[in-house]
Design a protein around this ligand. Structure first.
Ligand code: BTN
Length: 255
């Protein structure tokens, strides 16, 4: 299908069909590619890649925003449909983290680590975040949305991200990288019992063996990271007690 011209700030996407049948919906500046994918899913789209040049309301985990300035990052969402129950996809976020780390390494030539559960780090700064969402949990089929934001060559960050967020410092073919991540993750979505990636998830961890503070809702726990369970839960040694968490957020503690 030939590409249509779009104005930079249009919310109407250009659709370009790839040879292998993945529909790519491309936006200039949009609110959030996860929201675009959700909207498309609600309209019956079952599969597709939603890419934006920038996002005005990029969404992160735990209700946070994701800083998405135009043209300096790669912001995209992968939409899949599954007939498996949603609880089969507990490990989708760690699977996506490993897939993104591998593809970033291949396309950008930078070695990235993983901070539980969904952040990728390069030179001690967060360069990529992943947000998994689902639609239609009670239906016979569910739609899964995996949103990925990668700071490619963003140089300036707002003050609240100073010292936390960083960039890979590369200019690459963004659509090619997003498509590769799309395909690799689709293989996992078709076989969610596969846990072979957990070994690499552990090997790439930047928190393994470290003292962390884990915030879960109003509760706060301290411990040393022992490892990760098969569903990507974090295992802590908290004063001799073994605790496993499948949600929450960790921050590193000075030893
Ligand atoms: C996080 O760091 O907590 C997750 C960030 C996920 C950001 C990506 S950018 C593309 C997609 N659209 C969104 O609104 N969020 C995800």
């Amino acid at each position: 299908m030939p590409e249509r011209e779009e104005t930079k700030r249009s919310c109407l996407p250009t659709v370009h069909r790839e040879e292998d049948g993945i529909a790519v919906y491309r936006y200039g500046l949009t609110d959030s590619t996860n929201l675009r994918a959700k909207q498309a899913a609600a309209q019956g789209v079952t599969r597709g890649l939603f890419i934006a040049e920038g996002q005005s309301a990029g969404r992160g985990r735990l209700g946070r925003s994701f800083y998405s300035p135009e043209d300096t990052g790669l912001y995209f969402s992968c939409l899949y449909t599954t007939h498996e129950p949603l609880h089969s996809f507990l490990a989708l976020t760690p699977a996506a983290a490993v897939v993104c780390a591998r593809v970033i390494e291949k396309h950008c030539g930078k070695k990235v680590g993983i901070k539980w559960v969904n952040d990728l780090y390069y030179e001690e700064k967060k360069v990529c975040g992943i947000l998994v969402e689902s639609v239609g949990a009670l239906d016979v089929q569910s739609k899964l949305i995996v949103g990925v934001g990668i700071n490619l060559h963003t140089e300036e960050f707002p003050p609240e991200l100073a010292g936390i967020a960083g960039s890979l410092g590369v200019r690459i073919d963004r659509q090619a990288m997003a498509l590769e991540i799309y395909r690799a993750l689709e293989a996992y979505v078709c076989d969610p019992a596969d846990r072979s990636f957990m070994e690499e998830y552990t090997a790439r961890s930047v928190v393994l063996g470290k003292r962390v503070k884990l915030l879960k809702g109003e509760e706060c726990f301290f411990g040393t990271v022992l490892g990760f369970d098969g569903d990507g839960g974090i295992v802590l040694n908290a004063d001799g007690e073994r605790l496993v968490f499948h949600g929450g957020e960790i921050t590193l503690r000075l030893q």
